[in-house]
Ligand binder design. Structure first.
Ligand code: TXA
Ligand code: MG
Length: 378
């Protein structure tokens, strides 16, 4: 299949959608309305979109991604009025969250209405809905005149796509078009909350943090089993996608986390010790850590720019995640860094861990999944 590439030049340069960009988004919207697939930018990660009301489109999405058909898709809307048509009821608590966080990086689960086919929901009676804030995503949905079903625009098992390049790597030849709207602003997928069963339950942490949700609803949220640790065969997670090994790099990965939540000698000492004990077993090692940790290890900005450094007789690939004081920067590059490790043939990754508050809750969730929950507390 030929994949059309739409580069939104003006939008990327100055954030405004001008005539030329509008025409391209309109062409992409027509493709979706007619049953085709388009990868498009959102503020969280890129989505792989198809018409949410048509079962054939949903089936095409599963096929293009190589995704199991029991893993439901998120339905994206371009304005609030579209919600009532696709869900059976909107609870008072849903309204409170919508009022505060939409449009934005939050997905809510509702009971589905009859117009949403079971193919879109992976056979469930419920539907996940998100109203993204990204202007390109909004315009695409509005022009398509239908809600857009979109999982993250990566091949199943790869880290989510957070840039146009990631979409091209994974989906070229498999979809009708890809819209280039620059890098995803957040870089982590949306927060998912289930409101269909009494008390609200967090299924996936994201940029709308647990603290923000609890403050807004003025009560504690339940946490889904999938957030607590590796799932046993008997546990059924609420979000079917959580049972699959997501965000997985090719490499074995271990998280090193300071019990005091700081970069100290204990942490850096353990980094060096782990490199020492792993270098005979693995060919190519990578270190994913905060700017503070790199500095404490004596790694200069120049080494970081070069992307590698010899430490403890081993050439290490370096990935500077950002400052511990700036969780947004740490969240932003995780998937890019994990993809890069794959591209470079890294077979062992040491990643720094963080205390799970605020956005670090979502950061740690993705790191833990990538590391298959291998954590060393020091
Ligand atoms: O930020 C995002 O949410 C991105 C962008 C494109 O919007 N989308 C995304 O979709 O991350 P995906 O398919 O990669 O992840 C959706 C997750 C899956 O784990 C899926 O199982 C869960 O949402 N999900 C979807 N519908 C659900 C439902 N009705 N009940 C429970 N979980 C659901
Ligand atoms: Mg995904």
């Amino acid at each position: 299949m030929d994949t059309k590439l739409f580069i939104l030049k003006d939008y990327k340069e100055n954030g405004h959608i001008l005539d030329k960009d509008s025409m391209m988004i309109n062409e992409a919207a027509t493709i979706i309305r007619k049953g085709g697939l388009v990868a498009f930018p959102t503020e969280t990660v890129y989505g792989l979109g198809g018409n949410a009301l048509v079962k054939e489109s949903a089936l095409k999405i599963y096929k293009a991604k190589g995704r199991p058909q029991d893993n439901p898709l998120i339905v994206h809307i371009g304005d609030i009025s579209a919600l009532r048509k696709i869900v059976r009821e909107v609870s008072p608590e849903a309204l409170v969250l919508i009022d505060r966080f939409w449009p934005g990086p939050m997905t809510l689960i509702f009971k589905k209405s009859v117009i949403i086919p079971y193919e879109t929901t992976g056979g469930l009676e419920t539907v996940a809905v998100r109203f993204p804030s990204n202007p390109v995503a909004q315009k695409l949905i509005t022009l398509a005149k239908v809600p857009i079903a979109a999982p993250s625009a990566n091949l199943s098992g790869h880290p989510s796509a957070t840039s146009f390049r990631h979409c091209v790597e994974d989906l070229m030849g498999k979809v009708d078009a890809i819209l280039d709207g620059g890098d995803s602003q957040i870089g982590l997928e949306s927060t998912i909350i289930d409101l269909t069963e009494g008390s609200p339950r967090l299924l996936r942490p994201g940029a709308i943090t647990l603290e923000m949700l609890e403050e807004t609803l003025n009560r504690k949220l339940e946490l889904d089993a999938a957030l607590m640790g590796p799932l046993s065969k008997e546990t059924i997670p609420k979000a079917p996608g959580m049972k699959y090994r997501h965000y997985a790099p090719q490499a074995t990965m271990v998280i090193l986390r300071s019990k005091e939540d700081r970069v100290d000698k204990k942490l850096t000492g353990e980094v060096i010790r782990l490199i020492d004990t792993s270098k005979s077993k693995y060919q190519k090692l990578a270190l994913l850590c905060s700017d503070e940790c790199l500095k404490a290890l004596g790694i200069s900005d120049d080494d970081v720019k070069k992307g590698s450094k010899v430490l403890s007789d081993t050439r290490l690939i370096l990935k500077a995640m950002g400052s511990r004081d700036d969780p947004e920067s740490i969240a932003h590059d995780i998937f890019e860094d994990l993809r890069d490790c794959d591209r470079l043939g890294v077979d062992f990754i040491i990643a720094e861990g963080y205390k799970e508050n605020g956005l670090f809750g979502a950061v740690m969730n993705r790191l833990k999944k990538a590391a298959s929950w291998q954590i060393i507390d020091v």
